[in-house]
Design a protein around this ligand. Sequence first.
Ligand SMILES: *Cc1c(COP(=O)(O)O)cnc(C)c1O
Length: 366
Amino acid sequence: MIFCANPSAQFKTYQSEIEAAVLKVMRSNQYVLGEEVDYLEQEFANYIGVSHAIGVANGTDALELSMRALDIQPGDEVITVSHTAVATVAAIESLGAIPVLVDVEEDFYTLDPSKISEVISKKTKAVIAVHIYGQSANLEKISDFCIQNQLFLIEDVSQAHGAKWNGSRLGSIGDIATFSCYPTKNLGAIGDAGLVATKDSVLAKKVRMLREYGWENRYVSEFAGRNSRLDELQAAILRIKLRGLDRDNEKRRQIAKIYDESLSGLDLHLPKVRDGAEHVFHLYVLRCNFQQNLIEDLKNDGISLGIHYPLAVHQQNAYRNRVRTSSMKITDQLSNRVVSLPMYPELPLSDALKVSLVIRSWIESQ
Ligand SMILES: *Cc1c(COP(=O)(O)O)cnc(C)c1O
């Protein structure tokens, strides 16, 4: 079976280092927010090119605590996309803030900057740019709009650890940035974990306090926070994988290159790379008119394909008729058309080629 993602293959890549690091933590006397978390925060901040990183429990919390640090209040509006993980929108609602969802660019599947002005209101406080599938949203235009209209720019980098835009790492451009380290992400823990990155020392301090009950000094809350602490075990594992992240992302790009070359000329939309962007292919997503049949038939060949996502947020029972949206022309088409090909650093190039050839002959036989 060729899987779509394969976090256990990644464990094998780093197995001896991870086992040694895990044993060291277990034999220590500090299991939560200790020196592994401190080191990870410094190393990750250096890697992204910001002054501060804060470890939290998961990527959804990273978003929630970032918005709380920005002082986004119940009733405030936050603009983002519907074509994203539900987490992005769930985090907005966890504050009592109101998600306002806009359509995406047809070529890149990221927030369409021209739609922001259609939905902005007096209550709008922030825009969350989601760098979906591994490449940058249109930061040039989104960032200009935010500056002109005094909105905070939050980067949701949960699918694009290590990706760049105009030479800078994603997560170093907005006011604050959030990362999920769920096991299948480009930088994945062996369990849940998340990170926040920012250049702003005031925001960093607030997030740091919010993740532990608003404490500056132990047991004394300066404001109401909660528990979103990061484990030492996960931090130790993430430090090891962070050292290999650029190499792992390079392997993803090599796999993408094979797909690009061997699937060209077919009745498919292959991923496009934005000018100035360096893609890290969290997912390799193509668009076609035969999504379900292709996925069903390739299962019989031992190839597992994915859909990210089968429903946009505004199409889901939990949000339908409730969240405010602009027109969703592109987003509405995507759920029935997107197909994610197997993509993880350990995927042998020969398997990527096999997947392409099977897809090619399937399409040619239709
Ligand atoms: C995975 C993901 C999240 C949520 O992260 P969790 O760690 O699962 O809470 C948020 N946004 C995007 C775009 C994601 O892909």
